[in-house]
Design a protein around this ligand. Structure first.
Ligand code: SF4
Length: 441
C-alpha cells in the first residue's frame, strides 16, 4: 500500500488528525525530565516525584492524554503544527503523521482510537537521551543538547543582537536541560531503568538512544551491558543516534555489541559534504565520519543518515545523496537510508531564508537526482525528496510563528559572523556561492 492510500484508507478513517505516535511513541530527555510524542511538538515536563512510583509517567503525562483526546475527536493538537503545515500544502502531501503511524498494526491503532483518553499506554517505540554530553556543537543545535555548546557560551558569552532567538537558544546555558551532575542520582534515569527491567524490555519493539552523543554516556553502556548479561531476554531492537565522531574505542564497542544485541541500528546526521559539512556540524571530520559509517555497515549494523535541511547544506546535499547511492552498489540498498528533515528552528537557518532563485536552483538539482536515481532509493526516500523539492519551491515562511524575513536575515548575518570568530571558521571561504548575498545582508 502506498503512503497516500494508507493515509486515506487507514489513518484518516480513524480520525482525520489521528497519529499513532501520540500513543505508542515517545521522546524523553532524562537529563531534564522532559517528554514529547515525536521530535516536532515542544517537550513538556514529567513530575519528578510521581515518576518515582509510576515510571510510566515518563510517557503518559496529562498533556499527552489531552492531545490524544483531541485526535480522537478529529481536532488538531497545536503542538503538531509541523504535520498540519505539510498537509495543508495539498491532499497528496504526506506528513510525518503517516510515517509515525504506519509502523503500528491495525489492532494497535484501533486500540488507541478506542482507548479512554485518561488511560496509560505501553510504549512500542521510544527515544531517550540520558544526558547532553556531546563533542560536537553544530550550528543548528544549542546548549540544551550539547555540552560543547555550553562551553562556547561559558567561554564567550551569549550570541549578541539576535532578534528572532525567542527561545534564547544562543544566549543561555539551558542548565535546566541537565538537572543532575555525573555523580548525582537522577530520578528520571532511575525510573527508566526500573521501567526497562520490569516491563519495557518486553513491550518495546525499538529503543533509540539519542543525546548529546550517547556513546559518551556511561548509561548507554550500562544498557548495552544489560543486553550482554541477559542474552535472549529481550527482543527490543536497539538504535543509537551517533555523530560517529567520537573516539575509535566507541566505534569498536558498537561493532562488538552487534554480536550480542538482537539488532543494532545507528542513526547518524549529515546533510552536506566536506568543508561545508564541517562548518555546519562543528566538530565533524567528514572523512572520519564517512569511514566509520561504512565500517559499521560492513559489520552488519543497519545504518541511517538523518539530514537536517538548512540553508547551508543545499549546495552539496546532492553530492551526499549521490555518494550514498554510489556506495550502495557495494554495501546494498539499505546502506545509510536517509531522511530529509526540514529545519524549522532556529528559523534564521531555514532554507527559506535564501532568495527564491537560489532555492529554485537547488530544487532543480534535487529534481535531477529524483529523475535519474529514484530507483536506487527506498519509497520513503523518494517521498522525502519530492516533499523537499516542493517545499523549496512553494513554502514562504519556516513556520507560523517565524519572524519576518528582514529579521531572519539580520540574525543569519549576526549569528554566522559570531560563529566564525568563536569557532575559527570563515563563512565566505566555505560558501563562496553565498558570499555576495551574505555580504549584502
Ligand atoms: S507532529 Fe506529526 S508525527 Fe509528531 S505526534 Fe504530531 S501528528 Fe504525530
Amino acid at each position: 500500500m502506498d503512503d497516500l492510500t494508507y493515509k486515506t484508507e487507514i489513518l484518516d478513517k480513524l480520525s482525520p488528525t489521528f497519529c499513532g505516535a501520540k500513543w505508542y511513541n515517545a521522546t524523553i530527555w532524562l537529563g531534564s525530565g522532559m517528554t514529547t510524542s515525536c521530535h516536532h511538538p515542544l517537550p513538556h515536563k514529567v513530575d519528578p516525584i510521581e515518576v518515582e512510583t509510576n515510571p510510566k509517567l515518563l510517557h503518559n503525562t496529562p498533556e499527552k492524554k489531552e492531545q490524544r483526546r483531541q485526535m480522537q475527536c478529529g481536532e488538531r493538537p497545536q503542538g503538531c503544527e509541523y504535520c498540519w503545515k505539510i498537509e495543508d500544502m495539498g491532499p497528496n502531501f504526506i506528513s510525518d503523521r503517516i510515517y509515525k503511524s504506519n509502523i503500528y498494526t491495525q489492532e494497535e491503532l484501533d486500540a488507541a482510537r478506542n482507548s479512554p483518553p485518561n488511560s496509560d499506554t505501553d510504549l512500542r517505540t521510544l527515544e531517550i537521551a540520558f544526558d547532553r554530553t556531546c563533542n560536537f556543537a553544530c550550528s543548528y543545535c544549542n546548549p540544551a543538547f550539547s555540552s560543547t555548546w555550553v562551553r562556547d557560551l561559558k567561554q564567550n558569552g551569549g550570541y549578541q543582537e539576535l532578534v528572532s532567538d525567542g527561545r534564547n537558544h544562543f544566549t543561555h546555558l539551558h542548565d535546566s536541560s541537565q538537572l543532575y551532575g555525573v555523580t548525582d542520582r537522577n530520578p528520571y534515569v532511575e525510573a527508566f531503568f526500573k521501567w526497562w527491567e520490569t516491563d519495557l524490555h518486553r513491550t518495546l519493539r525499538e529503543l533509540r538512544i539519542t543525546g548529546g552523543e550517547p556513546t559518551m554516556s556511561p548509561d548507554l553502556w550500562r544498557l548495552v551491558d544489560w543486553f550482554k548479561d541477559n542474552v535472549d531476554k529481550s527482543k527490543t531492537k536497539l538504535a543509537i543516534n551517533s555523530n560517529l565522531g567520537g573516539k575509535q574505542e566507541f566505534i569498536d564497542r558498537l561493532v562488538e555489541a552487534r554480536e550480542y544485541l538482537p539488532s543494532l541500528d545507528v542513526y547518524t546526521s549529515c546533510e552536506s559534504t566536506g568543508a561545508r559539512a564541517q562548518y555546519i556540524r562543528d566538530g565533524l571530520d567528514y572523512d572520519y565520519w564517512w569511514n566509520n559509517l561504512c565500517r559499521l555497515s560492513k559489520a552488519g549494523v543497519s545504518t541511517h543518515c538523518m539530514m537536517t535541511i538548512n540553508a547551508l547544506c543545499l549546495e552539496t546535499l546532492p553530492d551526499l545523496i549521490n555518494q550514498i547511492l554510489d556506495k550502495r552498489k557495494e554495501l546494498g540498498k539499505d546502506f545509510a537510508v536517509f531522511s530529509l528533515n526540514i529545519l524549522r528552528f532556529p528559523s534564521f537557518q531555514s532554507p527559506l531564508v535564501l532568495p527564491l532563485d537560489m532555492r529554485n536552483q537547488y530544487a532543480t538539482a534535487l529534481e535531477v537526482i529524483y529523475k535519474t536515481r529514484s530507483l536506487e532509493m527506498h519509497q520513503f526516500e523518494q517521498g522525502q525528496l519530492e516533499r523537499l523539492i516542493t517545499y523549496l519551491r512553494t513554502v514562504e515562511t519556516p513556520h507560523s510563528e517565524a519572524f519576518e524575513m528582514p529579521k531572519l536575515h539580520n540574525d543569519f548575518k549576526k549569528f554566522y559572523s559570531q560563529y566564525d570568530v568563536r569557532r575559527k571558521k570563515h563563512f565566505s571561504s566555505v560558501f563562496p556561492e553565498f558570499a555576495e548575498w551574505y555580504s549584502n545582508l
